[in-house]
Design a protein around this ligand. Structure first.
Ligand code: HEC
Length: 261
């Protein structure tokens, strides 16, 4: 057996340098020259082949294989290398831990789900055992706002009671979507104070959403895993129209309508 020859750069270090060189070459080529971030999965795949290929070249003869393995063997077995060995044994797990920690991307935010806030309503809806045509459906109490303001006020008040008993747990006692249950829900309960919700909608649309809730949403509005209950099961038609009056009254919004007022 011949003694392994002395080299300027030990084989194992050469091996590491080739791998590092190719890695940074890839990163340089993609990030700097092509200006496109290389996907991590693709880079891992390239690097797998590079490492495997380089390993084969570096271990193709018995002698070169021994040159690769000897320093590792020495590190593990040689009594004179005890201090280095202990340092390596301490640093390796730390490095692995640090790598995993940084790649975890810790975040307490709920994952974002892309969805349209207002899916297109169906042409008609079925509730309370009958069919409602959404194009002509109107809040039967809306006209009282002008014709009988006293009566209207009373209905708004009753709608407020329906709201506090049923809706504030999620939509909040200030209608801002910040009810006590809101934090646990995704999608979150809608904030009616926001101009993006009921202010954009007709009362017929709001009626549809309240009566049929999350399960009543159309398929194309996915991903919807909405916690909004099916209120047709708990409230009367009348109560839904009243709570709608309350939503608009409290927020000071006007429902959308096709007619000029
Ligand atoms: C268990 C929680 C919960 C309760 C209770 C609840 N909601 Fe909701 N509601 C939601 C969630 C979540 C959304 C948003 C996702 C969606 O639109 O389905 C929502 C959406 C809505 C929308 C749709 C608004 C828009 O802009 O499209 C209306 C209207 C509504 N709720 C009214 C009510 C009313 C009225 C009550 C009480 C009778 C009520 N909600 C009770 C959770 C709840």
């Amino acid at each position: 057996m011949s003694m392994t020859k002395k080299r300027l750069i030990p084989r194992l270090l050469q091996f590491a340098l080739v791998i590092a060189g190719v890695y940074f070459g890839f990163v340089l080529l993609f990030d700097v020259i092509l200006g496109a971030l290389i996907p991590k999965s693709l880079l891992s795949m390239y690097m797998f082949f590079v490492i495997a290929g380089t390993f084969m070249v570096f271990t193709c003869t018995e002698e070169s294989a021994r040159e690769m393995v000897d320093p590792i063997k020495a590190l593990v077995e040689d009594p004179s290398k005890k201090i280095v060995r202990n340092i390596v044994y301490a640093v390796l797990p730390l490095l692995a831990g640090a790598y995993i920690f940084t790649s975890l991307q810790l975040s307490f935010e709920a994952p974002v789900e892309l969805r349209s806030i207002h899916p297109a309503p169906p042409a008609s809806l079925k509730a309370y055992g009958k069919r409602f045509d959404l194009a002509t459906l109107e809040n039967p109490y809306r006209k009282l706002e002008k014709s009988d303001p006293e009566k209207f006020k009373k209905l708004v008040f009753e709608g407020g009671e329906v709201y506090i008993k049923n809706c504030q747990y999620c939509h909040g006692d200030r209608l801002d979507g910040k009810g006590p249950y809101a934090d646990g829900l995704n999608p979150t309960p809608l904030n009616f104070q926001d101009v993006g919700t009921i202010a954009q909608l007709q009362e017929s649309y709001v009626f549809w959403r309240i009566a049929t809730g999350g399960p009543g949403l159309p398929k194309e509005a996915a991903p919807w895993i909405s916690a909004m209950p099916v209120w047709e099961d708990f409230l009367s038609e009348d109560e839904i129209w009243k709570v709608i009056l309350y939503l608009y009254d409290y927020t000071g919004m006007r429902p959308r309508s096709w007619k000029h007022e």
